[in-house]
Design a binder for this molecule. Sequence first.
Ligand SMILES: NC(=O)C1=CN([C@@H]2O[C@H](COP(=O)(O)OP(=O)(O)OC[C@H]3O[C@@H](n4cnc5c(N)ncnc54)[C@H](OP(=O)(O)O)[C@@H]3O)[C@@H](O)[C@H]2O)C=CC1
Ligand SMILES: O=C(OP(=O)(O)O)[C@H](O)COP(=O)(O)O
Length: 341
Amino acid sequence: MIKVAVNGYGTIGKRVADAVSCQPDMEIIGVSKTKPGAEAYVAKERGYPLYIADIGKKDAFIKAGLEVAGSVEEMIQKADIVVDATPGGVGEGNKALYEKYQKKAIWEGGEEHELAGFSFNSSCNYDQAIGRQFARVVSCNTTGLCRIIKLIDSVFGVKKVRATMVRRGGDPGDIKRGPIDAIVLNPVTIPSHHGPDVQSVLPHISIVTSAMIVPTTLMHMHFINMELKNPATKEQVIELIKAHSRLGLIEKSTGITSTAELKEFTSDLLRPRGDLWENGIFADSLSVLDGTDLYLFQAIHQEADVVVETVDCIRAMAGDVKTAMESISITNKAVGLTAIR
Ligand SMILES: NC(=O)C1=CN([C@@H]2O[C@H](COP(=O)(O)OP(=O)(O)OC[C@H]3O[C@@H](n4cnc5c(N)ncnc54)[C@H](OP(=O)(O)O)[C@@H]3O)[C@@H](O)[C@H]2O)C=CC1
Ligand SMILES: O=C(OP(=O)(O)O)[C@H](O)COP(=O)(O)O
């Protein structure tokens, strides 16, 4: 069993912990928080040993009825691999600890590519992660872009990608985030970080991205245009998407034309937390104009899509499962991911 520690039990960390704990070849040996609170109670409920960043705060946890297993440094020593899901920018400061104990570590998309020196996406470069000490799972939007671009590029060849990300303002629990009443250009400059981030995984792809933030919490929405090297038909692209286990297809017959209805759908499907791990591609939006000009809208659930990628990244770095197809299949089966159709 691969012993996994989750350093930072928040939006991403708590999902990674649940996804890891249902894998047949992995176990959670600990999760960490800086302060007591609702998520720490959930960790206790799930039976995850709780470690804390500042052991001087142990009394506050004990007072709140939360048993403390030790410090983050102690947790790291017990792990084979650490998933660092601390807030963006914080994880960088933990690298020295992972190096000190010669542990493997995975950071999430809030950290720079250079920190790990390798950026990961299961569908694109699983084999390059095998046996590595450090990796970074690219951000949620970049993950969604990589999945669809890689698929289309491998069959038709992609000459150029242009994509605009309409980003959610904050996660549903992030009460201090906004905007409340604005469309914020974020960034105002072009490209946004997503294009260069895609190139950190797929270096040969020519891509320009732009992004804005809107007052919603549920999901991001992408508008993507790919100029293809070879002609395609809408039907061919739909068939390819249907055969990809992490690309969902939202058919016209569902009546779903928004992130809100999509979230309701995944909740009704009794997915944990209503998570949409796969891209939500709107079948009706998919158009191929003049034979080589592909357009589509896709919804990306920011809290969920990187979770299954992180599980595959753990498996690749541990080194026993050698192919992406095998790992993706194990991960999907364990969490209950059958892409929506
Ligand atoms: N949320 C999202 O939509 C996505 C986030 N990401 C990336 O994932 C990473 C995590 O983001 P997210 O889950 O949203 O962050 P959250 O703020 O939701 O969670 C971060 C967690 O880390 C804990 N924490 C903070 N500082 C430390 C520390 N020094 N040591 C240990 N634990 C600490 C916090 O605990 P406490 O509350 O007790 O302080 C909290 O539980 C970031 O890199 C982010 O960019 C990637 C894709 C999507
Ligand atoms: O990785 C994300 O978005 P991104 O791909 O736009 O960077 C997550 O939604 C986190 O974004 P945040 O930094 O606005 O919390």
